[in-house]
Design a protein around this ligand. Structure first.
Ligand code: A2P
Length: 286
């Protein structure tokens, strides 16, 4: 499949037939508030059309301004947002969704995800909470207000709960994914269930960019360490969502189609010791 993809906006097809770009852009709040709209605008000018936000990130309103400024039709974008831990539940999710649309100044989302499966280690009935949240998402999807629905940070047991209690299977699971933390078990599970995996922190928030193996491969393939991480995700058929604040990095992060990591080197990346993990466990465990 990936041999047919040569550009960040070439698409995979999700289980419901919706097309999704093979590389996206992850947003996060800049310390300098003035810069937020400018950075997202620059990502759009650099060519990104899959833009990832979440109510929790605080970037929805900046994204709305950048989208308005750029003058490119809404339909050319694939916009994802997520329902936060404190917004979960049937009614709350619908309210959160309306707030998100309002923030984004749009009347539909391309994709909406449950941000985390368990709001805290002390949550006693996450199964019910997830099922209620999912029921709201299913309805919004069926009303045509969301083109694809999915989850984020869900491990197989969390997905299993939705498959048992819901009517529609999630189309995407967005996970922390990078060399040194590539979640082989969940990745395998998602592939078996036709759930497309996206990678948040595909560069391990820079923690893996100094790793000796990554540096060795960057030298070997004459690329940067970041490009090794992104190409690794791509070859695993995972959609990376790198964040970057400079045009140079935004462009570099798209240049992953002109080299191929060998099967042998992929194996080394897949089996390297755990490194660069954010420490955020979906079940709130250590
Ligand atoms: P900056 O924000 O200064 O552009 P992740 O997506 O894994 O969370 O990583 C985001 C971090 O990686 C940001 O600090 C970003 O820096 C940095 N980054 C993005 N692209 C590159 C790149 N091509 N080379 C090095 N660092 C990068």
């Amino acid at each position: 499949m990936i041999h047919m993809l040569h550009d960040i906006n070439d698409c995979y097809t999700l289980s419901n037939g919706v097309k999704i770009p093979c590389v996206g852009y992850g947003t996060y709040v800049e310390s300098d508030a003035e810069k937020n709209v400018e950075v997202i605008g620059q990502a759009i000018r650099a060519g990104y059309r899959l833009l990832d936000t979440a109510s929790f990130y605080g970037t929805e309103t900046y994204m709305a301004q950048a989208l308005k400024k750029c003058g490119i039709p809404r339909e050319e974008f694939f916009i994802t947002s997520k329902v936060w831990k404190t917004e979960m539940g049937y009614e709350q999710t619908k309210e959160a969704f309306d707030r998100t649309l309002e923030n984004l100044q749009t009347d539909y989302l391309d994709m909406y995800l449950i941000h985390w499966p368990v709001p805290g280690a002390d949550c006693e009935d996450w199964r019910q909470l997830d099922a209620d949240t999912w029921r709201a998402m299913e309805e919004l999807y069926e009303e045509g207000r969301i083109r694809a629905i999915g989850v984020s940070n869900f491990l197989p047991h969390h997905i299993e709960n939705l498959l048992e209690n819901g009517r529609i299977a999630p189309m995407v699971d967005q996970l922390e994914f990078h060399p040194g933390y590539h979640q082989a078990v969940t990745l395998h599970y998602c592939k078996e269930h036709n759930i497309r995996v996206q990678a948040w922190s595909p560069l391990g928030r820079r923690r893996v960019l100094e790793d000796p193996l990554i540096l060795e491969l960057a030298r070997k393939y004459e690329t940067s360490a970041a490009q090794i991480c992104l190409r690794f995700a791509f070859q695993e058929e995972v959609i990376p969502l790198p964040k970057a604040s400079s045009l140079e990095r935004m462009e570099q992060n798209q240049d992953i189609f002109s080299f191929e990591i060998s099967r042998e080197d992929m194996y080394r990346l897949e089996t390297m010791p755990q490194t660069g993990w954010s420490g955020q466990h979906p079940d709130g465990l250590l």
